[in-house]
Design a protein around this ligand. Structure first.
Ligand SMILES: NC(=O)c1ccc[n+]([C@@H]2O[C@H](COP(=O)([O-])OP(=O)(O)OC[C@H]3O[C@@H](n4cnc5c(N)ncnc54)[C@H](OP(=O)(O)O)[C@@H]3O)[C@@H](O)[C@H]2O)c1
Length: 292
């Protein structure tokens, strides 16, 4: 199959290009140089590809900085809601399979059991709201849409694990202390596993909404602990703190564990997040310089 990936330098975009490259599937991608919210520019780009438009377009572009979205709601709406609507329309008109990605932050996090695909979203942040708008707009424009919700993604680039490793380096050098929230629970997801899940769902001809994450659940504190224990920082203490103590602009869901039953039934491989974390730390992504 011939693929095109928007947001191709992001965590998922990078992972997808790598996985498709390994399998020898032709894949093109653009990041910020192609504004995903400009459908005409995207249409021109697709038409100019060798061999013409792709068979599959994956929209891995998003405004993912949850706190910045609160401060820049118009930009968030443009990238997270308007762009998928335009891409969905374009794909629908040209017979291209459209894959869009959304988030566990569409849920309010007040639940007690894993969120299933049919559970009603009730986002609390601008990021969650705009992503949910994007889901609905893409569904309305493209009946053949494959929509994958995921959570707590780590891959190449800016992410929680890279941030924790950066902080650990400073704490080990005698600067500051590690404090991590312990009252939010979710499912960490390795971008490489998400890329494979998308590939398997597309190859299986699946459409509609699927949840995908790595198996198991964790708090951010659990994840930070697991990272340090596997990175030579096992001796460093991490203080458990409440989300409120950080006084962040965007509210976070307290519990945003996604139910994985539907993707499992579809044959999507799903390993525990601890195994995925080890694979990440051993990869070139995980050994990249920690983000300050
Ligand atoms: N990261 C998570 O924890 C997480 C959790 C749940 C769901 N998701 C969803 O998973 C998908 C992939 O996320 P990710 O973690 O791979 O995100 P990411 O690493 O932030 O990558 C997104 C990419 O899109 C680019 N981009 C932003 N605005 C653009 C525009 N107007 N045109 C073209 N490209 C643009 C970004 O560039 P800049 O970085 O230069 O802005 C970035 O390279 C997104 O739909 C996200 O909402 C992510």
């Amino acid at each position: 199959m011939r693929w095109f990936v928007t947001g191709s330098e992001g965590q998922l975009g990078t992972a997808l290009r790598r996985r498709l490259g390994e399998l020898g599937e032709p894949c093109w991608g653009r990041d910020l140089e192609l504004d995903v919210a400009d459908p005409e520019a995207v249409a021109d780009e697709l038409a100019s590809l060798p061999g013409g438009p792709p068979e599959v377009l994956v929209n891995a572009a998003a405004f993912t900085q949850v706190d910045r979205c609160e401060q820049e709601p118009e930009l968030a709406a443009r990238i997270n809601a308007l762009a998928p609507a335009g891409l969905a329309r374009l794909c629908s008109e040209r017979g291209i399979r459209f894959v869009h990605i959304s988030t566990d932050y569409v849920f309010d996090g007040e639940g007690e059991k894993p969120y299933r695909e049919e559970d009603p979203p009730a986002p609390r942040s601008v990021y969650g709201h705009t992503k949910w708008q994007g889901e609905r707009a893409a569904m309305a424009e493209c009946s053949e849409l494959l929509l994958v919700r995921t959570s707590w993604v780590f891959g190449r680039g800016r992410n929680f694990i890279a941030a924790i490793l950066g902080q650990a380096e400073r704490v080990a050098a005698g600067e500051g202390a590690l404090r991590v929230v312990d009252d939010q629970r979710g499912r960490p997801t390795y971008a490489q596993d998400l890329a494979e899940a998308i590939r398997v769902l597309v190859a299986g001809g699946h459409r509609g909404l699927f949840h995908f994450a790595n198996d198991g659940e964790a708090s951010w504190w659990d994840l930070a602990r697991a990272v340090l224990d596997r990175s030579g920082y096992g001796g460093l203490e991490i203080e458990r703190i409440a989300t409120l103590a950080l006084d962040l602009p965007a509210p976070r869901p307290r519990y945003s564990v996604l139910d994985l039953g539907k993707a499992r039934k579809a044959g999507v491989p799903m390993r525990p997040w601890q195994e995925a974390l080890e694979a990440y730390l051993a990869s070139e992504d995980g050994s990249a310089v920690p983000v300050p």
